[in-house]
Ligand binder design. Structure first.
Ligand SMILES: C[S@@+](CC[C@H](N)C(=O)[O-])C[C@H]1O[C@@H](n2cnc3c(N)ncnc32)[C@H](O)[C@@H]1O
Length: 231
């Protein structure tokens, strides 16, 4: 499925799916997965209640996803990931942890943002090491880039937050510049943020740290009364 003028932000990794992941996806775990039919998400039908909703883009194996959800039962979490083994892994952890406040789209997050998520509807957006595009010439593939940054911001409700973490310095600097130029957003920190106390280490992050790579965090808020352009 192509997204945003045909440029995907991901390369679909093959990655072997384990028997446990397949079992989770085929059995009872299907209840966590939302079929995407191009229509707007019905939150009450999906979660069985109307609670604050946080979107996570590119959860990978979902380690941080279920840990955050476990610590915040009052919040609903919507994870979006194209990598099927990762979806299977998160589903098996959701079953093991008996969590009911997480749902998953196994689909391109850009199309989900465009079609399934209404404007002014999210309490937060998590982008933890979201895409593998280290080089300047990869700018057009990044999730935080002009155009997509406005799309992300427009889905936040007033007071909602956008939390971005990367281990790529060039991406961190360009994301800071891009997000600071979005009228709807305000930087809650001077430049880069320090880690939020509630954020556990992600799988990718522990690998990056073991390889000696640095980490940059951005934490922005949606301004009250800032309407999306054209909205
Ligand atoms: C480097 S991994 C990091 C995974 C995880 N957040 C972590 O920190 O361990 C980035 C993930 O983002 C996913 N991804 C990138 N762009 C995406 C998109 N447009 N829609 C859904 N998933 C996407 C990739 O499939 C990949 O699994």
């Amino acid at each position: 499925m192509m997204s945003d003028k045909g440029i995907r932000t991901y390369v679909l990794r093959q990655g072997r799916i384990t028997d446990a992941q397949r079992r989770a996806l085929e059995g009872d775990g299907q209840r966590f997965i939302l079929p995407f039919d191009g229509r707007t998400l019905d939150r009450v039908a999906a979660f069985g209640r109307d609670a604050p909703l946080v979107l996570e883009i590119g959860f990978g194996m979902g380690l941080a996803t279920w840990q955050i959800a476990l610590g915040h039962p009052e919040i609903d979490y919507l994870g979006v990931e194209v990598h099927r083994p990762g979806v299977g892994r998160l589903v098996s952890d959701l079953i093991a942890q008996e969590l009911s406040n997480v749902r998953i789209y196994n689909h391109d997050a850009v199309e989900i943002l465009e079609k399934a998520i209404p404007e002014d509807s999210l309490a937060g957006i998590h982008l933890f090491y979201p895409d593998p595009w280290p080089k300047k010439r990869h700018h057009k593939r990044r999730l935080i880039r002009p155009g997509l940054a406005e799309l992300l911001a427009s889905r936040l409700e007033a007071g909602g937050y956008l939390y971005f973490v990367t281990d790529i310095e060039d991406y961190a600097l360009s994301a800071l510049e891009t997000l600071e130029s979005v009228q709807m957003l305000a930087n809650h920190h001077r430049g880069f943020a320090s880690p939020q106390s509630w954020r556990p280490e992600t799988k990718f992050e522990s690998r990056a740290a073991a390889a000696g790579r640095n980490r940059w965090e951005l934490y922005f808020g949606r301004r009250a009364g800032a309407a999306p352009a054209g909205g």
